[in-house]
Design a protein around this ligand. Structure first.
Ligand code: KIV
Length: 274
């Protein structure tokens, strides 16, 4: 197809055939505030992205939790930008309408606004992400502003921030009200369209949710948030060390082991192939 300027267009504008055009936007997610409580789940590859989308979950986070649940690390800190790019591309290929939020891994945004913007641009341009998420409150307001200033929607993340939790405060519930409120306000002021509250005291989460005009996405932060997010491998029971706040809706890890045992036994018994 030729575009109006006569140049061959890589992606013709055919909304019926080009599902990417119909992806849920950050603006639409922001407008859900006060109207509907919505689920968010993580995904890291094409088939599971598709399962999540088919389940009617239209916001998918390619979290740096990929480090724990897929790559075998004990923490998220070693996850690289290249890894998030690789997994984001896979989830984008496996989905058509969902909003794909890519996590900015540790080291990809801390050094400078320019560095943060460069990383965010890669996640959108090469990864196909619809928005990016980064950890931190008041200390990250400039980064959020720099990225949103270039037109890339940003999600903030306060409370437990796993990329650095292991270096200092750990993973215990965050209860420092004034600090949390200040962080939440700063993230909103920076231009974020939503904010993750991770393991934040339930009443403080309620207060922040009521106070902000952007949706709060809770994880381990109680029932008052505008949205909830869980890690896919916790929802499906595919990771042995789920946090206590997570609910396992299936035990797919067990099922997988049983299926593999059956296959192995049938090969040993010579009943497979039939
Ligand atoms: O990496 C991740 O999966 C996350 C969620 C836990 C919010 O950041």
């Amino acid at each position: 197809m030729k575009a109006r300027n006569g140049v061959e267009s890589a992606r013709p504008y055919e909304p019926e055939k080009n599902p990417a055009i119909r992806r849920l936007t950050a603006g639409a997610i922001k407008r859900r505030k006060g109207k509907t409580t919505f689920p968010v789940a993580t995904a890291y590859d094409a088939p599971f992205g598709q399962f999540v989308e088919r389940a009617g979950i239209d916001v998918i986070l390619v979290g740096d939790s990929v480090g724990n649940v897929v790559l075998g690390f004990d923490e998220t800190t070693p996850v690289t930008l290249e890894s998030i790019l690789y997994h984001t591309q896979a989830v984008v290929r496996g989905t058509t309408r969902a909003h794909i939020m890519a996590d900015m891994p540790f080291g990809s945004y801390q050094v400078s606004n320019e560095d943060a913007l460069r990383s965010a641009i890669r996640l959108v341009k090469e990864g196909g992400a619809c928005s990016v998420k980064l950890e931190g409150g008041r200390d990250q307001t400039d980064r959020i502003r720099a990225i949103t200033g270039a037109g890339i929607p940003v999600v903030g993340h306060i409370g437990v921030t796993p990329q650095t939790a292991g270096l200092g405060p750990g993973f215990k519930m965050r209860t420092h009200r004034d600090r949390l409120i200040d962080d939440a306000r700063s993230v909103e002021a920076g231009g974020a369209y939503a904010i993750v509250l991770e393991v934040v005291d339930y009443e403080i989460s309620r207060e922040i949710t009521e106070m902000l005009s952007i949706p709060t996405i809770g994880i381990g932060s109680g029932p008052h948030c505008d949205s909830q997010v869980l890690v896919l491998h916790d929802i499906l029971g595919m990771y042995p060390h789920s946090p206590s706040f997570a609910k396992r809706y299936a035990e797919i890890g067990e099922l997988a082991t049983q299926a593999l045992e059956s296959y192995a036994q049938e090969v040993r018994d010579r009943t497979f192939p039939p």
